[in-house]
Design a binder for this molecule. Sequence first.
Ligand SMILES: [Mn+2]
Length: 307
Amino acid sequence: MNQEFRLLSMPNVPIGQADLIVLPIPLERTVSFKPGTASAPHAILETTDQLEFYDEDANWSPFNHIKLCVLPPFDDNPSLSDDDWHQSLRQHVANLPSNNMLISLGGEHSITPSLVDARMKAPGTVLFFDAHADMRRTYQGSKYSHACPVFRLIEQGHRIITAGIRSICESEAALVHHEPQITQFKDRELQDQQTWTSFLQIVHELKGPVYLSIDMDVFNPAEVPGVGTPQPGGLSWRQMIEILETLFSNPELMLRGADIVELVPEPSRVSEMVAAKLLHRIVSLWGKNQGYDSRPLVGSQTQVDCE
Ligand SMILES: [Mn+2]
C-alpha cells in the first residue's frame, strides 16, 4: 500500500507552492554492519506525530508560516546499477523546484553526493557531521558505498568541513593531511573549549552555497543507539543544537539543502525521536533565518486542528 507520507500529520501542499520539500530516500545497498536504514524515512516521519508544532527554544511554530510538501519516497530500484540509480536520483532532485528548501531523509550516506550535485552546481561548502571520515575512494568494490561520500564531494570540487570524526583509516588520515579542500574536526578535538569555539566561528562565517549533511552516528550512541555503524564518544543533542543555532544565526547563509542519514529504527524509538526533532529544529532555525516568522499565517499547520 502506498500511503502518503506526512510530517506532523499535516496535509501536503502541491510541490510548486511549497516553501519546504521533504524527500524520503530509503536506500540501503551497501550497509556493512547493522541493517535497517531503509525503514528510517518512514519511522522519522511517523515519529514527528509525537512532536509539538511549537519550538520551545525558538518560541514559535514554524509551520504556521511554512508550507510543506513531503514527496513520495524515491525508492531503490534493484534493476538499476549503482551508477544508474544515483544518476536517476540526481535527475529527480535536479527537476525539483530549486527556490525552496530541500531536506532529504536517508537511507545510507551514499545519497549525499548525488543530492549535493543536484542542488549545488557551483562549488560550495558541505558541512558534514559523521563519526566516520567517509573518505574512502571505494569500499567493498563500490565507489557509491556509504564509506565514500566525502571522496565524491571532493571530486565535485566542494570544500568539506567534517565534524565529530572518531573513526578514520590511514589513507583517509593522509587525505585530510594533504587535501586543502577538507577541514576536519575530530570528536575529541571538539571537546576542547578553544577548538569548539573556533569550529563555531567557522560555521558562523560560511560564505556562498552551503549543504548540511548529518549522519546520525555523529551523536553519542547513548543518545542515538539506532545507527548502522555506531562509535563510542560523539556529539550530544545540546552540542548539535548549539552548532545549528550558530549556523542559522548567519544572515548571509545560503543553505541549498540538508540531509539526515544512516538512522536505524530501534525498539526504544529514542533514536527516531532524535532524528524527528532534529528535522523539526532544522526547519525552525532555517525558517527564522529566512524571516518566515514575520510572514503571513498561511503555513501547513493552519490546515490542521491541533486540539
Ligand atoms: Mn556517514
